[in-house]
Design a protein around this ligand. Sequence first.
Ligand SMILES: *[C@@H]1O[C@H](CO)[C@@H](O)[C@H](O)[C@H]1NC(C)=O
Length: 337
Amino acid sequence: MLFLALLLEVIWILAADGGHHWTYEGPHGQDHWPASYPECGRDAQSPIDIQTDSVTFDPELPALQPHGYDQPGTEPLDLHNNGHTVQLSLPPTLYLSGLPGKYVAAQLHLHWGQKASPGGSEHQINSEATAAELHIVHYDSDSYESLSEAAPRPQGLAVLGVLIEVGDTENPAYEHILQHLHEIRHKGQKTSVPPFNVGELLPPQLEHFFRYNGSLTTPPCYQSVLWTVFSRRAQISAEQLERLQEALFSTEEEPSELLAQNFRSPKPLNQRVVLASFMPAASLYSTGEMLTIGVGILVGCLCLLLAVYFIVRKIRKKRLGNRKSVVFTSARSTAEA
Ligand SMILES: *[C@@H]1O[C@H](CO)[C@@H](O)[C@H](O)[C@H]1NC(C)=O
């Protein structure tokens, strides 16, 4: 019995060290991913903290258009608890245009936090995280046969990132996923979901987005993702968020471990550029710049006033001087006379 327990322990350790076991916290947590998955330690990783005053407005960015999102066929879709997230399989009839090539959908999944704890999204905008984040994963079907073939290749994948915040009302689109979570509480469990309008998971105003080159946010962290992060957020109710945070386990059986806090912290931007399809208000001038500009204008006005004052004084002096010399000459002429 003891021998068996030891053997299981050894197998467990081997599996972990073989680079197959990873978590978000603890000895296999995100700081340790690069040891087993070297790509996770490279310099173009995701997610990132998007600073809107350092993005580059690109008026040439084509509009991003989802196709077939409103009716993903008639076949039920697989919903899977894979121990790291809840994942919905998507048929390749869903695809994106407005990217270099045709990217077809493969799956979508979520990242979230924990009850009574801030954060949950992977991407941040101006250092602000939201409660959760939706990722819709696509691959370049012009160049590759499958998601797994495309995943390690440069620009093989295109992922849509949707920041999710808490709003006042229940979001019926997210309910198509959330109402099935109790059927897949443990890792490895699967259920079927009737097809629904996946487009309704997206935020309003798809034309406002950020674009950058990054990676998968989970091991093996391949740097193959052309990211689109929408500026606007989707909203779910507090009750929906709570259900997401508490419904799932990251383990197959007892002891059950809650599947929560499955988000990676932002990685350095390094040499990369973040493009914006629009001019973010904050990217015009930051508060600091605004202050500098204000003070600049004030100082400028003061200088101008001073300059005008001195010029006027000089002119008046000159005029006075002229008048004096006139008086002087006339006085002299009188004396001569
Ligand atoms: C992403 O990388 C590709 C290839 O290096 C480059 O052509 C493209 O401009 C990059 N896109 C962005 C948004 O930086």
